[in-house]
Design a protein around this ligand. Structure first.
Ligand SMILES: C[S@@+](CC[C@H](N)C(=O)[O-])C[C@H]1O[C@@H](n2cnc3c(N)ncnc32)[C@H](O)[C@@H]1O
Length: 219
C-alpha cells in the first residue's frame, strides 16, 4: 500500500536531513512495496515491517550525505553497487541522488529478476541498470563503488581496483571500526592494490547498532 510507512519515513528522512520531493517519496514507496511483495517468496532480506524500513532503507540512506559530497566532485558520476542483492544500498541511493547514474551488479538470477522489476515499478530504469553477472566479468569504470554485506575487503579489492576510476572512491557499508581495521591489515598482507582508508560514522535512525562507511582510495 502506497504511503504505508509515511510517518516512519518522515521521521527517518528528517533525522538524516534528507529532503526528498514527492516524486522521490513515491519511488521509495514503490520500492518498499516491491520488497514487501516479493520478500516472502524470494527471501530477499531478513526483516519485515518497520524493521525492514529501518535496517535496510534507513541504513542505505544513511550514506547519502557522504556520497552526495563525493559525487559533486565529478562532472558526471557513475556509481556501482556490487553484490546489490535486493538493491541495497543501490536503489535507495539512486532515489536520493538523482543526478548520478547507477549500475547494480548481481550474479544471482532470481535477485536480478527482482531488481529489474523493482526498477520498473519505481520508475528508475532510465538511470539505473542491472548487470547480471559476476563482479569479475564486469568491464567498466565507476567514480564511486558501494557495497554492503559483501565479501571481506581482502577478497575483492584487487578486482574492485580495476573497476574504479583513477580518483574514485570505494564506499563500503560496514559495522564496527575495529573489525574493518583487521580487514585492512589483511588487505595490506594479501592484495596487490594499495589503498588509503577513512571512516565515516553513520547514525541510522531508530537503530542502536554501530554503522559506518569505510572510504577507500587507490594509492
Ligand atoms: C549478503 S548479500 C547482500 C545484498 C545487499 N548488498 C544487502 O546489503 O542486502 C550479497 C549479495 O552479493 C551477491 N554476490 C556475491 N558475490 C558476488 C560476485 N562475485 N559478483 C556479483 N554478485 C555477487 C550475492 O548473490 C548476494 O545477492
Amino acid at each position: 500500500m502506497a504511503g504505508k510507512y509515511r510517518k516512519l519515513l518522515d521521521e527517518g528522512l528528517s533525522s538524516l536531513s534528507l529532503d526528498l520531493d514527492q516524486g522521490q517519496r513515491e519511488q521509495l514507496d514503490a520500492y518498499i512495496a516491491e520488497l514487501e511483495l516479493f520478500n516472502p517468496v524470494y527471501k530477499l532480506v531478513a526483516a519485515q515491517g518497520e524493521d525492514l524500513v529501518i535496517r535496510h532503507i534507513f541504513d542505505s540512506l544513511s550514506g547519502v550525505q557522504t556520497l552526495r559530497a563525493l559525487s559533486a566532485a565529478y562532472p558526471s558520476c557513475r556509481i556501482a553497487d556490487f553484490g546489490s542483492g535486493a538493491g541495497l544500498p543501490g536503489i535507495p541511493l539512486a532515489i536520493a541522488l538523482p543526478s548520478c547514474s547507477f549500475t547494480l551488479v548481481e550474479r544471482m538470477g532470481r535477485r536480478v529478476d527482482f531488481l529489474r522489476n523493482a526498477l520498473l515499478r519505481a520508475s528508475l530504469s532510465d538511470r539505473v541498470q542491472v548487470v547480471d553477472r559476476d563482479l569479475k566479468e564486469v568491464k567498466d569504470r565507476f567514480e564511486i563503488i558501494t557495497f554492503r554485506a559483501f565479501h571481506p575487503l581482502a577478497d575483492i579489492l584487487d578486482v574492485v581496483a580495476d573497476l574504479l576510476s583513477e580518483d574514485g572512491y570505494v564506499c563500503a557499508y560496514k559495522a564496527v571500526q575495529e573489525q574493518v581495521e583487521e580487514e585492512l591489515v589483511q588487505v595490506k598482507r594479501t592484495c596487490k592494490s594499495s589503498w588509503t582508508a577513512n571512516f565515516v560514522p553513520l547514525q541510522v535512525p531508530r537503530l542502536e547498532a554501530s554503522r559506518m562507511l569505510c572510504l577507500l582510495q587507490k594509492i
